[in-house]
Structures are given as structure tokens and as C-alpha cells.
Design a protein around this ligand. Structure first.
Ligand SMILES: *[C@@H]1O[C@H](CO)[C@@H](O)[C@H](O)[C@H]1NC(C)=O
Ligand SMILES: *[C@@H]1O[C@H](CO)[C@@H](O)[C@H](O)[C@H]1NC(C)=O
Ligand SMILES: *[C@@H]1O[C@H](CO)[C@@H](O)[C@H](O)[C@H]1NC(C)=O
Ligand SMILES: *[C@@H]1O[C@H](CO)[C@@H](O)[C@H](O)[C@H]1NC(C)=O
Ligand SMILES: *[C@@H]1O[C@H](CO)[C@@H](O)[C@H](O)[C@H]1NC(C)=O
Ligand SMILES: *[C@@H]1O[C@H](CO)[C@@H](O)[C@H](O)[C@H]1NC(C)=O
Ligand SMILES: *[C@@H]1O[C@H](CO)[C@@H](O)[C@H](O)[C@H]1NC(C)=O
Ligand SMILES: *[C@@H]1O[C@H](CO)[C@@H](O)[C@H](O)[C@H]1NC(C)=O
Ligand SMILES: *[C@@H]1O[C@H](CO)[C@@H](O)[C@H](O)[C@H]1NC(C)=O
Length: 680
């Protein structure tokens, strides 16, 4: 156990007398040290994490005045100016404070100045002003000259991005390590926080700690200043990851304690996540999924506490199965994005109830290698965001052709995804799925449709989706029999989950625990307990895949098709959300006319609207358009529930739809949503 003389350490460790060292600038207070040289300390109001084992840089140098001081925060200030003046330093520090939530004034006790100019000159007055505001140590890069005698010159070039670091001295060298600010996951959306300890293997480590003094997970986020000059498209983006995706070094739980207990830590990071990392993104932790990506209701979760939705009264559903990812993006300003998957609804409905942006992309847009499957040919991965432009930016860089899935997996033609402004001409308005239950929400939808129509000159076509498909005269009724296609979906979604997860879990559990069946939630229990491999054959799977492909071919010729002017001739709209009513995490509260269960099937339709793109491989995006009031059965006052609309285009037209969404945002029809109780 460390004992850091100059820092104020927990009384139990090193004695309460250390408190005497507190000065006007807040001093770091060590809260705990743990395995792997992790150090958690408090500075001012914030709590930080550092792993000192694999520092980012090391220089031969000591802080001569205070040889006993073993660690302290140091801020690297980076400039390209050749004249480093007091004004320049003050402006830079103000800029840093404005853009970063990790850096704080309490980290200015020691600073290091680096310059990208070939020669820099540091004015003596600048040093005097720093020291009068409490900076005790100034280290300057070797390229910078100064007449001041109060600064030390680094013996070697400090090749580190700007921002706060933890300097730790040992012998005659000082190492600089990444500082993460810890946030408390107080909506219980994460399983745990994680970070990459910089050991050169690309492995992640799970943060063992809860947030100090709390029951919630602690999520580490790095300083935004580290990416200030990083030109990669995702530089510094903080991204949460649904715990179906493998991150090297971490176990993928799939939301199951039983599964978690039989698997090893992943030995590779999923290619879809690797793409995020290579573009500069930072994976900050694993979010809670419904077990094995099921559509379980909040009250059916057994293994983990159901995540909390920040909207409305705080007792609203996060839906399933990317629940934790969606509600985290709705809850936390410090989180930029979260990744999820969608098979039957699992990006789109969580986005709807959280009042944020989230998409089911065209089938096959991104590799799902090293991701626990539900259906190989129906699973997709999407990203949740609060801002329409940031959302489009992420998707366009993430869905790179090299990560498209092969036809062997999707059973469909290879993707060719254009990025142009060949927008739809028609708004398809399915009367078997609309209007919404709550007329106030329907009014918002009507505004949206009229805005969409007038902005792009689109005509609105009311139609009945179910009978249009089922009445269509085609030689083989199979491709338009929605009941039959739903049955094929069942086959497609049953075999992969069993082959990859179920069979292994059931047989391993039986072997380990005297023939017992594993404790899993009701959604999969009966199906896996009676799974019949002679019915769910690969042959049956192939038959269903072909039926799906035929249906997609029909859809793309007859319902949503390309023309010379449009990637997708139409955009279809519907509501995957609650129709403007609250849906509570407590089952009984959903009884009665003023609340609703999720996934209530329209009596006029054969298929849930959410199933349309699962069968027909189309792109289906949830976008928030407003909010409506409801009288909460929890807080007993009026609260707001988000209203969203779903936009559906033909497979491959994702980027065209993103371009349209960005134009809607520019026109003020769509806007960024806030975190917290209300989205707007
Ligand atoms: C630091 O000092 C050690 C020995 O004193 C030397 O081997 C090493 O090269 C020095 N490192 C740098 C970066 O100057
Ligand atoms: C220094 O950086 C600023 C801000 O990034 C930029 O506007 C300016 O052109 C740069 N100056 C030089 C000399 O590179
Ligand atoms: C990772 O584990 C899998 C299955 O356990 C194995 O097939 C694969 O070779 C391993 N990959 C590496 C890079 O070790
Ligand atoms: C959207 O439509 C509503 C109602 O027709 C109208 O009042 C509003 O100005 C429109 N907004 C934009 C940005 O076109
Ligand atoms: C579909 O067929 C049914 C039954 O024949 C008929 O009532 C309905 O009007 C038809 N719908 C369409 C859109 O043609
Ligand atoms: C549609 O498929 C279902 C289930 O496979 C079948 O029972 C029904 O007869 C089919 N309907 C038509 C019109 O072919
Ligand atoms: C299923 O389809 C795949 C891909 O076309 C093929 O490789 C495999 O042999 C088929 N299996 C069966 C049992 O039909
Ligand atoms: C679409 O473009 C192709 C190639 O330019 C042309 O041959 C065809 O006539 C066009 N179709 C229509 C409906 O304009
Ligand atoms: C539903 O809400 C309406 C309007 O607020 C109210 O008049 C009615 O009593 C409510 N019904 C129930 C069963 O709570």
C-alpha cells in the first residue's frame, strides 16, 4: 500500500494529521489504491482514477524542492505560439476549462508547457502570474527558452497531448499517467466502467470499484484535452458498449450471471468496436443488456437491476434489449455515444422511450464478429446519440465497407451504400399503425410530417401496410404472407443463439453442477430447456433465409424501391414508441388507459411495425420530435414523456436518410436533445 506524504490520505491509512497540509488550492486526497497500481483520489469536488503501472511518458527529472512528494497532478499546456505571454497562458487555461470536464483549476499546482513552434519564448511575467495564482512548479519543453530562473527545463521533449496527467516520481525520473475522471453511474445503466491500461496489448480492465461512497458503478472518462489536436474522426469520443460485444480482457456477460461465470475473458475486441478505437473513440464501460438480447420487460430482469430512465418521473421503462446503452445516453452529459444492437426492436424502441436518436441500419452494415448473436441474419448494430449531426457523423464513419457483412451471413446481396441527396419523393403513412394513441403526440407527428413534406416537396400517401403486402398479386404468396415470414424470423432468431450461447451454457452447467439447468430468465428458459436440434436444423434455417431473401427482393421491387431520382422512392413513418403514453418499469402501473405496455400490437396489422425491417432488411431510424405531458402515477405531478418518429427507407439508403436528417436539423425541424428529466 502506498503512503503518499504530501497528499491527504484516508485517515485510516496514514493518519489524520495529513489534513494539515490542505492549502487554498484543493489538494489531492487519496481514496484508495488497489491492484494493478490503480489510484483513486479526490481533488476538489471531483474523483479521479489513475493507473500508474504503464505511464504515457517518463522523463529523467525531479522536482527538486519537494523530493518527498511522490505523486501530484500536472497539466500540460500546449501552444503553437512562439511568444508565450501571460495572456496566452490565461486564455489557454480558460479554453481548457471550457471544453473539458476532467481538467480543473486544482490541477494547476504544476504545469508543463510544450510548444509546437520550432522556437518558443516564455515571458518572465507569465511565470510570475502563474506563481502568484498558486502554481508551484513549471516545467518547459527543451524547445522553449526563457530568462526566468523559476522554471525547470525538460531534459527531453515531452511528446504528450495537452491536458492533466498524474506525475509520479521515483528516483530521478517522473512518469506521466492518464487521468480519468470518475463519474457515478447513478441511473444504474452500466455493469461496470472500464479503461485500457496502456500496457501495449490492447486489453481492457474492468474497474473493480463502485463509485466511492455509492452503490453505483464508477465510469472513468479521459480528459477531452488529450484529443484536442487529434484529427481522427472520433477523437476523444466517450462510448458505452452494450455487454454483448467482446472487449479484449473483459468477460462478455450477455446480461447473464450464469454465462458470465462459465466464459473466459475475451481474447479479442469485436471488429465493430476496434473500428471505433482506431477512429479515436474511447470505450468507457459495459452497459446493461436484457439477458441474451431478449425483449424482457423491466419486471422480468433477474440477474441485474433494471436500468433507470432519466425521463419523466424516473420510473419509465428503458425498453429492451439495449436498455442500458440508451438510458445512459439520455442520462449523462459526460457520455457521448453508446453502442447497441437491434434484432427485433432493441435499438429503436430504447431510443424511443429515452427520447434520443438510435438506428437499426440496413441488414449487413457492420460486422458482428465477437458479438453474442440472436439471429445472424437479423442482428444489426447501431449507435445512440443526442445530437442529429453527431449521430450521422458517427454512423457514416463507423459503417465502413470493409466491415460490411458477407452474403453468407445476411443471405442478401452485398451492400452498396450511396451517400447522396437523392431523397424520397413519397411519405408512406401506414394507417394500420397510425395514428398514435395520445392525440397530443399525434399532433407532433402531424407537424413533423407537414415539415418533412414541405421541406423536401414530398407527397404524403396513406396506405394500409398489411393489406398492401398481403393482397399483392405475386406468383408465390409466400413472399408476402406476413404470418409465414414471422414464422421464418422465429427460425432465424432461434438457431444462432442456441448454437453459440444456449447449447454451451446448458451443457457446461449440467456438467459442472450435477445435471442442473442454468438459472436464466424466463425469456429463454423454456425454449432452451426443450430445444430440439432435429427441428431447428441448419436446413430449416437455410429455407427460412431463402424465404427472407425472396421477401426482401419483393419489397425492394414493390414497396420501397430505388428510382433514378431517389435511393429509396419513399420514406415510411410510424411510431415504435409508446404513442405518447408513459410505460412504467412497474408492471401494474401500465394497466388502464393512461399508460401502456410496450410492443402493443396494432389489431389492424399482422406484424408489429418493428418487425418490418427485421424481415425486409430496411433501415429504420428513431428520431425524437417532442414531448407530451402525463400525470405520473409515481410522482403525482405532471411529467413529460418523449415522442419520437421512425423513418424507414429501403436497404442501403442509410446515408441518404442521414443527409435528410441533417437537413431537417439545419431547418430546425429536428434538434439535439438534453440529458435528464426532459429531452427538450
Ligand atoms: C534517463 O537516465 C537513464 C540513466 O540515468 C538513461 O539510461 C536514460 O537514457 C535516460 N533517459 C532519457 C530519456 O534521457
Ligand atoms: C495556432 O493554432 C491556432 C488554433 O488552432 C491556429 O488558428 C493558428 O493558425 C496556429 N498558428 C500557427 C502559427 O500555426
Ligand atoms: C481466442 O479464443 C478463441 C476461442 O476460444 C480461439 O479460437 C482463438 O484462436 C483465440 N484467438 C486468439 C487471438 O488468441
Ligand atoms: C413545421 O410545421 C408546423 C405546422 O405546420 C409549422 O408551424 C412550423 O413552422 C414548421 N416548422 C418548420 C421548421 O418548417
Ligand atoms: C385486401 O384484400 C381484402 C380482402 O379481399 C380487402 O378487403 C382489402 O380492401 C384489400 N386491401 C387493399 C389495400 O387492396
Ligand atoms: C400464411 O402462412 C400461414 C403460416 O405459415 C398459413 O397458415 C396461412 O395459410 C398462409 N396464408 C396464405 C394466404 O397463404
Ligand atoms: C446452408 O447454407 C449454407 C450457405 O449457403 C451452406 O453452406 C450449407 O451447406 C447449408 N446447410 C444445409 C444443411 O443445407
Ligand atoms: C434511369 O436512368 C437510366 C440510365 O441513365 C435510363 O436508361 C432510364 O431510362 C432512366 N429511367 C427513368 C424511369 O427515367
Ligand atoms: C386518464 O387521464 C384522464 C385525463 O387526465 C383522466 O380524466 C382520467 O380520469 C384518467 N383515467 C384513469 C383511469 O386514470
Amino acid at each position: 500500500m502506498y503512503c503518499f506524504p504530501r497528499a491527504v490520505i484516508l485517515a485510516a491509512l496514514c493518519g489524520a494529521k495529513e489534513l494539515a497540509h490542505l492549502q487554498s488550492r484543493n489538494q489531492a486526497i487519496s481514496l484508495l489504491t488497489s491492484r494493478e497500481d490503480e489510484l483513486v483520489f479526490k481533488l476538489g469536488d471531483n474523483t479521479y482514477l489513475v493507473n500508474t503501472k504503464y505511464p504515457n511518458a517518463k522523463i529523467n527529472w525531479t522536482f527538486s524542492e519537494e523530493p518527498n512528494q511522490q505523486w501530484f497532478p500536472v497539466t500540460i499546456i500546449s501552444t503553437n505560439a512562439s511568444a508565450i505571454t501571460q495572456q496566452l497562458l490565461e486564455d489557454t487555461i480558460s479554453q481548457y476549462l471550457a471544453i473539458d470536464d476532467v481538467f480543473s483549476k486544482d490541477m494547476l499546482g504544476a504545469i508543463a508547457i510544450t510548444s509546437t513552434a520550432s522556437k518558443g519564448d516564455l515571458e518572465e511575467s507569465a511565470i510570475d502570474s502563474l506563481s502568484s495564482s498558486g502554481t508551484k512548479h513549471v516545467l518547459i519543453d527543451r524547445t522553449i527558452s526563457t530568462s526566468s530562473t523559476k522554471v525547470a527545463k525538460s531534459p527531453s521533449t515531452l511528446k504528450l497531448p495537452p491536458g492533466p496527467y498524474l506525475a509520479a516520481s521515483s528516483g530521478d525520473s517522473i512518469s506521466f499517467s492518464t487521468i480519468y475522471r470518475l463519474y457515478s453511474d447513478d441511473h444504474d445503466n452500466f455493469l461496470y466502467g472500464s479503461y485500457e491500461p496502456n500496457d501495449g496489448t490492447g486489453r481492457y480492465t474492468a474497474l473493480g470499484q463502485r463509485f466511492p461512497g455509492s452503490v453505483f458503478a464508477a465510469i472513468p472518462v479521459p480528459s477531452r484535452l488529450y484529443s484536442l489536436y487529434d484529427t481522427r474522426p472520433f477523437a476523444g469520443f466517450r462510448v458505452g458498449v452494450k455487454d454483448l460485444f467482446d472487449m479484449k480482457g473483459l468477460k462478455t456477460s450477455g446480461g447473464s450471471l450464469a454465462w458470465q461465470s462459465i466464459v473466459d475473458p475475451s481474447n479479442a475486441t469485436a471488429p465493430a468496436l476496434q473500428q471505433i478505437i482506431e477512429l479515436g473513440g474511447v470505450l468507457v464501460g459495459k452497459t446493461k443488456p436484457a439477458q441474451f438480447a431478449s425483449a424482457a420487460d423491466p419486471w422480468s430482469w433477474e440477474d441485474f437491476n433494471y436500468p433507470f430512465n432519466p425521463r419523466g418521473d424516473g420510473y419509465l421503462s428503458c425498453s429492451a434489449s439495449s436498455s442500458g446503452s440508451a438510458c445512459a445516453v439520455a442520462a449523462y452529459d459526460w457520455l457521448d455515444y453508446a453502442i447497441g444492437t437491434d434484432t427485433g426492436e432493441s435499438m429503436r424502441r430504447p431510443a424511443a422511450v429515452s427520447g434520443i436518436y438510435g438506428q437499426r441500419p440496413s441488414q449487413g452494415m457492420i460486422s458482428l464478429e465477437n458479438v453474442l448473436p440472436l439471429g445472424f441474419a437479423t442482428d444489426t448494430a447501431g449507435v445512440f446519440a443526442r445530437d442529429p449531426h453527431s449521430w450521422a457523423h458517427f454512423a457514416k464513419h463507423w459503417y465502413t465497407p470493409s466491415l460490411h457483412q458477407s452474403s453468407d451471413i445476411t443471405g442478401l446481396s452485398p451492400l452498396d451504400v450511396p451517400d447522396n441527396k437523392r431523397y424520397p419523393k413519397t411519405i408512406l403513412y401506414p394507417t394500420d399503425y397510425l395514428p398514435m394513441e395520445n392525440s397530443a403526440a399525434q399532433e407532433l407527428l402531424d407537424y413533423f410530417v407537414s415539415n418533412l413534406s414541405s421541406l423536401f416537396g414530398m407527397r404524403v400517401k396513406h396506405f394500409d401496410f398489411t393489406s398492401t403486402v398481403q393482397n399483392s398479386s405475386v406468383s408465390t404468396q409466400a413472399v408476402t404472407n406476413l404470418t409465414d415470414l414471422a414464422r421464418h424470423l422465429g427460425t432465424i432468431n432461434t438457431l444462432p443463439a442456441w448454437e453459440v450461447v444456449g447449447s454451451r451454457l446448458v451443457s457446461t452447467w449440467a456438467a459442472r453442477y450435477g445435471g442442473r439447468f442454468p438459472p436464466i430468465e424466463a425469456e429463454y428458459r423454456a425454449g432452451w430447456a426443450t430445444y430440439d436440434e432435429t427441428i431447428n436444423t441448419m436446413q430449416a434455417y437455410n429455407v427460412s433465409l431463402i424465404a427472407k431473401r425472396d421477401a426482401v427482393d419483393w419489397y425492394e421491387k414493390n414497396l420501397q424501391y430505388s428510382t433514378n431520382e431517389s435511393c429509396s422512392e419513399s420514406v415510411m413513418i410510424y411510431d415504435i414508441g409508446t404513442g405518447g403514453l408513459p410505460s412504467y418499469r412497474e408492471e401494474d402501473l401500465n394497466v388502464g388507459p393512461n399508460a401502456t405496455l410496450l410492443a402493443v400490437q396494432s389489431p389492424r396489422a399482422v406484424l408489429p411495425a418493428s418487425g418490418i425491417c427485421t424481415i425486409f432488411a430496411c433501415a429504420d431510424f428513431t428520431v425524437p420530435i417532442g414531448q407530451v405531458p402525463y400525470l405520473s402515477q409515481v410522482t403525482f405531478v405532471e411529467e413529460m414523456v418523449p415522442v419520437t418518429v421512425n423513418l424507414v427507407v429501403k436497404r442501403e439508403c442509410d446515408f441518404v436518410l442521414y443527409n435528410m436528417i441533417e437537413q431537417l436539423a439545419d431547418a430546425g425541424v429536428l434538434e439535439a436533445v438534453k440529458t435528464g428529466r426532459t429531452a427538450f
